[in-house]
Design a protein around this ligand. Structure first.
Ligand SMILES: *[C@@H]1O[C@H](CO)[C@@H](O)[C@H](O)[C@H]1NC(C)=O
Ligand SMILES: *[C@@H]1O[C@H](CO)[C@@H](O)[C@H](O)[C@H]1NC(C)=O
Ligand SMILES: *[C@@H]1O[C@H](CO)[C@@H](O)[C@H](O)[C@H]1NC(C)=O
Length: 206
């Protein structure tokens, strides 16, 4: 997969999450409040490329190489990454990892997208038109049932939330960057919003 495509995908995912977070912070009386420090989103190519490297590393099938951060994608801009947790949901063919990038001083959450041989994931992709689920506590926001369920009703949500909480207990309230490609990007957006709502005062990028 060309790196150009990856960058485009990451930029698209970043925009989605950014829009979701903007909507959440301005939405409604009961909406979650964010400790906004007036940071505006400025595109940074190096940062985007780093995040794309994390998004592609989550596709590695050699979990040992991932765990020791020695995979073919585990170099360059992501060198020195401290992996903290690898999540594998075999039943739903989902994979994600959580760790700490000490250069960026941020918790990284990377979520894998569709696997070509995964029937379940294809089915979720096929029903992409079903933007019919009301996002919890946001009456005007409709989301895709398949993608939301893949995040909310699998191992991902509790495992990611738990690992992020532990990492921040250890390193303080550092930023969280959530990334993913394709279906992983959709789930990353839900994850970013979920983390922002449950742990306010987070600066997020997906
Ligand atoms: C952030 O923006 C708000 C509204 O634009 C302003 O009232 C506030 O003073 C700003 N805060 C900082 C720290 O610049
Ligand atoms: C872009 O991000 C990198 C970290 O990946 C940082 O070192 C650099 O200072 C940033 N550049 C700008 C212009 O903010
Ligand atoms: C999301 O997960 C929570 C907790 O497991 C569950 O109560 C809720 O029904 C789920 N939401 C959807 C829309 O599936």
């Amino acid at each position: 997969m060309g790196s150009r495509r990856w960058v485009a995908a990451a930029a698209a995912a970043a925009m989605v999450a950014f829009l979701l977070l903007s909507a959440a912070s301005h939405g409604g009386r009961r909406g979650p409040s964010f400790n906004s420090n007036n940071r505006t989103f400025v595109f940074n190519y190096t940062l985007a490329k780093t995040i794309v490297e994390y998004a592609s590393a989550v596709y590695m099938t050699d979990l040992t190489a991932l765990y020791t951060w020695t995979c073919s994608r585990c170099n360059d801009l992501t060198k020195g990454f401290e992996i903290r947790c690898i999540i594998v949901d075999i039943q739903n063919c989902l994979q994600a990892f959580i760790g700490v990038d000490h250069n960026l001083n941020a918790v990284i959450v990377a979520i894998r997208g569709t696997q070509e041989n995964s029937v379940q994931n294809w089915i979720k992709d096929l029903v992409w038109k079903q933007v019919d689920l009301n996002y919890p506590n946001m009456p005007d926001a409709k989301v895709h049932t398949g993608f939301y369920s893949a995040y909310n009703n699998t191992l991902l949500r509790p495992a990611i939330t738990n690992a992020v909480r532990k990492a921040r207990r250890l390193y303080g309230d550092i930023s969280i960057i959530v990334t993913g490609h394709s279906m992983g990007g959709a789930m990353a957006s839900f994850c970013a919003l979920d983390l922002a709502v449950s742990a306010p005062a987070i600066m997020l990028l997906a």
